[in-house]
Design a protein around this ligand. Structure first.
Ligand code: NAP
Ligand code: MG
Length: 471
């Protein structure tokens, strides 16, 4: 049993203003795996005051001083990799290899990237007689979801630290452990008091208190569209900058060529990774109408080959994060059947032999782009295949979505892939499996307004000042 009853505020581990705890459930066993404290607005006041007090000196530190802190964090982070992997496995049910691999690795990647970007970042530039100066925006509230817990926290915390901001991190109740360890890491690395603060609790209480707080200058939020809108509304009266990384229903276009079956199989397997709980997942697989039968064969085989089971065992897919998410996904699967979509793999209920834990069958439908299961984000291991007539039609289906977070194109003809990629109205387009920590991650349309990762992730935490007549 884990017990994390203290918050990290002003360089100290402190008890909440009013004692209150919440259980954390292991989604693989449905049993309580630990307890956290649930904070109140009084704790937010304390954290915000600490962050405000620390801002004048932290914002005046040199690039070298902040680099030194990030390098010290890196040493601590590397020391605690196994613990982080265990925590992620337990809090959100990622299979061991994934938790210890990509989950923890995304944190390492963002840390290394923040170090590289900070080394080169142009805090000042001269334009004629004018000096443009980039300054830290101030006290930042970082509100994160449970699906890639270490990714979501590190992609915010490290750029904010690197720029010279102070911050309050609010991790998700469903997956609070890895953030607690991250706070221990940052403390052990010697962060000055008040620069980094972390408190646990519900979004309704802590999130709202942060969104409305007069001492908070900026909010970086990753999560659902509805909560993103609410935060923006709550933040409006105090004119905060609100950076939103929201949901998606991203298209994955497969071209008609010799690699077709392999590309379909790959896209299907990727979709089932992390139990489909990835905001940028390619959840709409667009295939040529003339190859639909080949696509059905390749996708159903790939989905059926995904082994599902205990995160501690050797399975490709673990459970989804919670009973709530399980129920939502089941409703979508039933909705797909009711709308007349063709079910070609998986379906309702748990996979055979699994009677406990929030396990979902890797599920694939064939449908059209106007169905609910093709339009709404399911956030589970459910792929929809949508046939297209020609490239023109593929692009139009791909862009016919309220979301615009990501898009993918796979095919042998690089020129066609690149041309399609340019026409997709989304922020993160993977061509034949391309991936880069120095890319800029974020959405068009209802997928948000922010950009994280790499240098663009730094801009969210920056105010721009013009010194006119400087020269
Ligand atoms: P969520 O319900 O929006 O929660 C995200 C975070 O916001 C949690 O920490 C939550 O606290 C907090 N929160 C809830 N209500 C709040 C409020 N009124 N004010 C302030 N904060 C509040 O999202 P989720 O269910 O955890 O995650 C799934 C969604 O996130 C999906 O839509 C997915 O696409 C999106 N997502 C997007 C990205 C991206 O980068 N674009 C990445 C990952 C996930 P609690 O602890 O109380 O839940
Ligand atoms: Mg939620």
């Amino acid at each position: 049993m884990r017990e994390y009853l203290k918050f990290y505020i002003d360089g100290q581990w402190v008890a909440p203003a009013t004692p209150k705890t919440g259980d954390v459930i292991n989604p693989a066993t449905e049993e309580v795996s630990g307890r956290i404290s649930l904070g109140s607005a009084a704790d937010v006041d304390k954290a915000a005051a600490a962050a405000r007090k620390a801002f004048p000196s932290w914002s005046q530190t040199t690039r070298e001083q902040r680099l030194e802190l990030l390098l010290a964090i890196q040493a601590e982070y590397n020391r605690r990799l196994p613990e982080l992997g265990e925590a992620i496995m337990e809090e959100m049910g990622a299979p061991s290899a994934l938790a210890h691999g990509f989950h923890v690795g995304l944190g390492s990647g963002h840390l290394q990237t923040a170090i590289e970007v900070l080394r080169e970042f142009k805090f000042e530039e001269q334009r004629g007689a004018t000096r443009i100066v980039k300054e830290p925006i101030g006290v930042c509230a970082l509100i994160t979801p449970w699906n890639w817990p270490m990714n979501q926290t590190t992609v915010k915390v490290f750029p904010a630290l690197a720029i010279g901001c102070t911050m309050i991190l609010k991790p998700p109740q469903l997956a609070p452990y890895s953030a607690q360890i991250l706070a221990e890491i940052i403390h052990a690395a010697g962060v000055p008091a008040g620069v980094f603060n972390m408190l646990q609790g519900s979004g309704a209480v802590i999130g709202t208190a942060l969104s409305t707080h007069p001492e908070v200058d900026m909010i970086s939020f990753t999560g659902s569209e509805g909560v993103g809108v609410q935060i923006a509304q709550n933040a409006a009266p105090t004119v905060k900058r609100v950076c939103q990384e929201l949901g998606g229903k991203s298209p994955y276009i497969i071209l008609d060529d010799a690699s077709f079956a392999k590309n379909v199989a790959e896209a299907t397997a990727i979709m089932m990774g992390n139990s489909g709980q990835t905001c940028s997942a390619g959840s709409r697989l667009l295939v040529p109408q003339s190859r639909l039968q080949d696509a059905i064969k390749a996708a159903s085989e790939a989905a059926n080959a995904v082994t599902v089971g205990d995160p501690r065992g050797n399975f490709a897919m673990g459970p989804v994060v919670s009973k709530g998410q399980y129920n939502i996904i089941q409703e979508y699967i039933i909705k797909g059947q009711d709308e007349g979509a063709q079910l070609i793999a998986g379906g309702p209920g748990r996979p055979e032999g699994l009677n406990k834990g929030w396990y979902v069958k890797p599920t694939v439908f064939v449908t059209t782009n106007d169905t609910v299961i093709a339009r709404e984000e399911i956030f589970g291991p459910v792929l929809v295949i949508i046939p297209y007539k020609d490239v023109e039609d593929a692009v139009s289906i791909a862009n016919d979505s309220l979301f615009g977070l990501a898009g993918y194109v796979s095919g042998e003809d690089g020129e066609t892939c690149r041309a399609i990629a340019r026409r997709l109205r989304a922020g993160w387009i993977g061509i034949n499996g391309g991936f880069d920590f120095h890319g800029a991650f974020g959405g068009y349309k209802r997928s948000g307004n922010g950009r994280e990762w790499g240098e663009y992730g730094f801009h969210e935490y920056v105010e721009i000042k013009s010194l006119l007549g400087y020269a």
